[in-house]
Ligand binder design. Sequence first.
Ligand SMILES: [Zn+2]
Ligand SMILES: [Zn+2]
Ligand SMILES: [Zn+2]
Length: 351
Amino acid sequence: MRLRTACPATPRAWTVELRSHAGGLVLICRHCPHGTTPITAASARSAALAHLARHVRSDLRPPHLRICQCHERGCRWHPRHRGCAGPIRLLLACERGGRLWRLTDACSACAAATARAAVVPDTVLARAPQPPATARRHRRSKGPGERIRVREMLSYLAAALPENTSAAARLLALQCALRMNTHMRVRLSKGVMRSLRLNAASGPWHELEHARWLRTTPGGAANEIAAELLDLTLLGQAPARPDRRRAADWALRASSSSAVRAIGPLPRLASVYLAASTDPESGTGLGDLEQMARACGTRTAELLGTLDQLVAAGLLGSWQACPDSGDLQWTSSERRWNGPQPRSRHNSPEA
Ligand SMILES: [Zn+2]
Ligand SMILES: [Zn+2]
Ligand SMILES: [Zn+2]
């Protein structure tokens, strides 16, 4: 008898389709043998993501057994690029105006080349068991970690939330995703709510409930609001929650300076996005206008006005966009840029 090597048996790429059907919509999975599931229009997106998440969770593998599934299929999902490169990540992609959803392992180069797609943040993806020798190292607790976590979460939410989700609801979703516990429950304190300029009865909570992304739950203490997140792709918790919490605090500081607070949720969200995408060494950033508009739940034309607003408020040094390529470049308003710094206790948003 020969021992089998630990070769991946099934490819880590799953696709579901939402199709119109007599009297409604059905979800069709290309990998599940048993037909179709009827769903409602309001729950279509969350049902598709939940189904894909279940496939991923039933096939957790250590990193060295994961390969670029995009390359395996001839790189048909994106325009040509120079070839596969970078670590393998889990990529969520959406095609045909939200009718087709795909979750797949892809290299960083293929992920970056795929339109309407977002890397699922490693910070929240359930991981296959790691060899014990590498399991526990000293965690870095400051610096680029927070910035990258916030950037990836914003990008993920751009794909996972309905396109018309408002900037205020996205700011709220960012805080919830970064602060939730291992049971996908989150409690936002009054201080955080004040910084977000939200109260329990406000629209953004309803928006996220309507999108079936979360559900507020009774029984929280008087000075906090409790909710349960329903986005199954966010299941699993690595690295530890304090790291994500620090990223949540970082995002809160980026969106709650007195100058940003005065100019509404969209500039606040844009400010967080730019802060998370700025190179801390040079204080400059390079991005894609359309991608940023999607992450902010707005259109590019409106976003240009928002960038002007940020410059006028002294929160952004300068910006320029190339209309042909859609490239966006900016410089931060501070010469040496280290991200939003913790404030002293007396005017902290948490106080
Ligand atoms: Zn399936
Ligand atoms: Zn590819
Ligand atoms: Zn690739």
